[in-house]
Design a protein around this ligand. Structure first.
Ligand SMILES: [Zn+2]
Ligand SMILES: [Zn+2]
Length: 389
């Protein structure tokens, strides 16, 4: 029986095994399923039974290349590390001092728990924690970033600090719950751009999950027009359903910057949220915004990109980089989802059982059947139910 000292459980309703199934990363690209000890929540932490976890492009980067994961200060390979960061679940055990959440409560889980003791954490910028990755040995500052610097969600249970939890209601499906943090990242981008985007024009570049959620959040915040650029018509079509007033297929448009400016009366737009990671994206973005406009970079670029600094300075353009889902933006995104201001489930395409993670990864990586968000679930009965619907 799982009964760590000082931890509150309810074994009748939520039986917790001593060990759990967990995928671990060996050499690059090699995942295997092992039995791991079920983790124990400390003060201000809870144990979350993971009901669903989505696969993100960053998971693929980590599994095949390593960074941006950093385990004990180095690459994440052959350290028994469990990746996965976009998960939701049910609170099944409470660590010491926790009364903010109840046993049985459904939650989405933010990725970053800052150390709580550095300058940025004190400012609420916990995704920019100065002690990122410091959670081992003499350097232990208790920093956590699920699936980046600490074990993540491709398993059955995980511990999480209460500050990373976002309560979700029972109307929201598990799959939709995994998208709360994705929408929260988009909300953080718009927060950094100023937040008050009602009546302002926004271009979102790149219709990946964050880009599509940026369209939805910008529209829910009242932006007008919202313009989405991308290379795949099926994704641009989903962007329209999520609130894009115009879409531009960059493969079919000789001058995407001119077209974006034309769609807003020729002046350029007020904001660009860059979610494509394309090499030309920064220069395109700074030319799409009008003078004094703002650009938020939300995608991890794969190489150094050229930037026209003179254009940025001459036109007083503001540039922001964001990391993850900062400043409690996830709570604001969840409020939109609870009010059904947009349907995040449009970007969820596939669900597999946890044991089929390699298949799920293949679907996400190779975009099999136009996969966008692929989810895995440990509760097999729930998976079969979804399949039967
Ligand atoms: Zn992600
Ligand atoms: Zn910190």
């Amino acid at each position: 029986m799982y009964a760590p000292q000082g931890v509150k459980t309810n074994h009748n309703e939520f039986p917790i095994p001593h060990t759990m199934r967990a995928w671990v990363l060996g050499d690059p690209g090699q995942l295997s399923m092992v039995e791991k000890e079920t983790p124990v929540p400390k003060k201000a932490e809870v144990l979350v039974r993971i009901d669903a976890v989505a696969i993100c492009a960053t998971d693929l980067e980590i599994i095949y290349h390593g960074p941006p994961a950093s385990i004990q200060g180095g690459l994440p390979f052959n350290k028994g590390f469990t990746p996965g960061h976009e998960y939701m679940g049910t609170v099944v055990a409470l660590g010491f001092g926790v009364d903010e959440y109840k046993l049985g409560q459904r939650v989405a889980v933010e990725i970053h728990a800052g150390c709580g003791q550095c300058k940025r954490c004190r400012e609420g910028m916990y995704t920019s924690c100065h002690n990122y990755g410091m959670n081992y040995g003499e350097m232990d500052k208790n920093h956590r970033a699920n699936g980046f610097t600490t074990d993540g969600g491709f398993c059955e249970y995980q511990v999480n600090h209460i500050n990373t939890l976002v309560a979700i209601n029972d109307e929201m499906s598990d799959e939709e719950g995994t998208l709360v943090v994705t929408a929260g990242t988009a909300m953080y981008a718009l927060t950094e751009l100023g937040g008050l985007v009602a009546g302002e024009s926004v271009v979102v570049t790149g219709p990946g999950p964050i880009g599509l959620m940026a369209v939805a959040v910008a529209k829910a915040l009242g932006a007008q027009p919202v313009i989405l650029t991308g290379t795949r018509d099926n994704r641009l079509e989903i962007g329209k359903q999520l609130g894009a007033d115009h879409v531009i297929n960059v493969r079919k448009t000789p001058d995407v910057v001119a077209e974006a400016r034309r769609l807003n009366g020729g002046k350029g737009v007020d904001y660009v949220v860059e979610c494509s990671a394309a090499t030309s994206a920064v220069n395109d973005a700074v030319r799409m915004v009008n003078r004094g406009g703002r650009v938020c970079l939300a995608a991890f670029a794969h190489e150094e990109v050229p930037v026209d600094v003179a254009h940025i300075v001459r036109n007083n353009i503001y540039m922001y980089g964001i990391r993850g889902e900062g400043k409690s933006a996830t709570h604001r995104a969840e409020a939109f989802m609870q009010q059904k201001r947009f349907d995040a489930t449009l970007i969820h395409t596939h669900t597999f059982p946890l044991e089929d993670l390699p298949t799920a990864i293949r679907y996400a990586k190779d975009r099999v059947e136009d996969a966008i968000k692929v989810v895995v679930k440990a509760k097999f009965d729930a998976v079969s139910k979804v399949a039967a619907e």
